[in-house]
Design a protein around this ligand. Structure first.
Ligand code: NOJ
Length: 465
């Protein structure tokens, strides 16, 4: 007994503390998320063609520390061990991606059998481990051969994607029921052709950037079409979007309406045309003479109904209704809590408002958090342990907001943590770690961090612990 506390006092205190188990709904999907180019390595093995990232990472100064994707986590050779560990931690779902240049080394033309066979073997091992695959068709590794012919600037890339999507859905449709067309359109269009931060590192004007968005929307449509045509009756498909998430600074009706308006404006090039089936007047106003050139029929494809919307949510920003009711963004103060990623402010409310805005603005009925997680410059484990309590608390805070949303009727049906193990973080190379499993990139030793053991319990118990 605690010093000075009588049993009756203790009982009185305990009766006031209501245990709140924070349970998630039955059938809630829990899993991990990752992408082929960030973990597989074997960048030129078994007939794989170069991707734009293989090329870009060799450009001086493009990627932190001159890191490249050649070996990464060597998952190409170690996948059996990785799935054994993943299953041990309790994962029953895993979002992975297929490397387009493994299947079509030249982007179009001959299919690389060895590429198809690799993924068949991998999917079979997952099945044996009881882990269901959620397969992203495209996670930024455009075949370099297609970039040489214009990349996402040109319609022909959407046509090449259509053939690729048909090919993989036909090849893996018996093993895969959940498909994700594209990952984070903004990142491989605006940040790849506008700001030049990501491969291929181009710096084009707005008209070209808007055109790359449009080509990506066409590819998304083809991904949905391919699943409908070849995926079987129980196959499902959706996009993994990374919406800008404006958060009402107070949860009053005025600020909520302003935040929703800001959400539509922030996502006017991607989600808006997919759900409306056309480019809105606001899109035309914002893009002006730089609007994408499109054909009317394009939108039949672009707006083909999907089964769910995936949202990758890491952060957000606060808005309020100005005097005229219009949204005003409030800057985050410099001391606001952050992860080590420059864009990664710790704003758990973003994962409540992102799905809620999508549901309220577009009537989306089924949403999966296809990514959420925290990037820190973690130190190596000591004595086989790594207490990443910062990451554990980050995820826990976000999951509380997911749970709040579900309680309020927001249709979030699952959550995929980014990421299973530390991996190649694009232009930040291997410095920034997002894994709940520590990866020693020299020895390829995996060490589960505290967050992995904790998240394993969350998944197994289907509640926040
Ligand atoms: C977004 C991307 O989809 C993924 O590839 C990336 O590593 C994580 N978020 C973290 O930045």
């Amino acid at each position: 007994m605690e010093i000075g506390m009588t049993p009756s006092v203790r009982q009185a205190i305990m009766s006031r503390i209501k245990p709140r188990p924070l349970a998630f709904p039955k059938n809630f999907i829990w899993g991990f998320s990752a992408a082929a180019p960030q973990i597989e390595g074997a960048a030129f093995a078994d007939g794989k063609g170069p991707s734009v990232w293989d090329t870009f990472s060799r450009r001086s100064g493009a990627v932190h520390n001159g890191d490249n994707l050649d070996v990464a986590c060597d998952h190409y050779h170690l996948y059996k061990k990785d799935f054994a560990l993943m299953a041990k931690l309790g994962a029953r779902h895993y979002r992975l991606s297929i490397a387009w240049p493994r299947i079509f080394p030249e982007g179009t033309g001959a299919v690389n059998r060895k590429g198809l066979d690799f993924y068949k073997r991998l999917l079979d091992v997952m099945q044996r481990r009881g882990i269901a695959p959620w397969v992203t068709m495209f996670h930024w590794d455009l075949p370099q051969a297609l970039e040489n012919r214009g990349g996402w600037r040109v319609r022909a890339t959407a046509d090449a994607f259509a053939t690729y999507a048909d090919t993989i859905v036909k090849a893996f449709g018996d093993r895969v029921k959940n498909w994700i067309t594209l990952n984070e359109i903004i990142c491989f269009t605006r940040h790849a052709y506008g700001t030049g931060q990501k491969a291929p590192g181009a710096k084009e004007g707005e008209a070209v950037v808007n055109q790359t968005h449009h080509t990506a929307l066409l590819a998304h449509g083809h991904g949905v079409r391919a699943v409908r045509e070849h995926g079987g009756r129980d196959a499902r498909v959706g996009l993994a979007d990374n919406p800008g998430v404006p958060i009402p600074v107070t949860e009053t009706e005025r600020d909520i309406i302003a935040a929703r308006t800001a959400f539509i404006n922030a996502n006017i090039r991607v989600i808006d045309p997919i759900y409306r089936g056309y480019y809105s007047a606001a899109y035309r106003r914002i893009t002006g003479k730089d609007a994408a050139v499109c054909r009317k029929k394009d939108f039949d494809l672009i707006s083909m109904p999907a089964d769910f919307l995936g949202q990758n949510i890491y952060s957000g920003y606060f808005v309020r209704a100005g005097k005229d009711g219009r949204p005003e963004t409030l800057p985050l103060p410099p001391s606001y809590p952050r992860t080590d990623a420059p864009w990664g402010a710790h704003v758990p409310q973003s994962i409540y408002w992102g799905p809620r805005h999508a549901a309220e603005a577009y009537g989306v009925k089924c949403i999966y958090i296809t990514e959420n997680g925290a990037g820190y410059n973690d130190r190596p484990p000591a004595n086989g342990e790594m207490h990443d309590l910062h990451r554990r608390d980050f995820v826990r805070n976000y999951l509380k907001e997911v749970r709040r949303g579900i309680g309020d009727g927001v249709p979030v049906k699952g959550y995929f943590l980014w990421s299973f193990m530390d991996n190649f973080e694009w232009q930040d190379g291997y410095a920034r770690r997002f894994g709940v499993v520590y990866c020693d990139f020299k020895t390829q030793k995996r060490t589960p961090k505290t967050s992995a053991l904790w998240y394993g319990r969350v998944m197994k118990e289907n509640r926040l612990v």
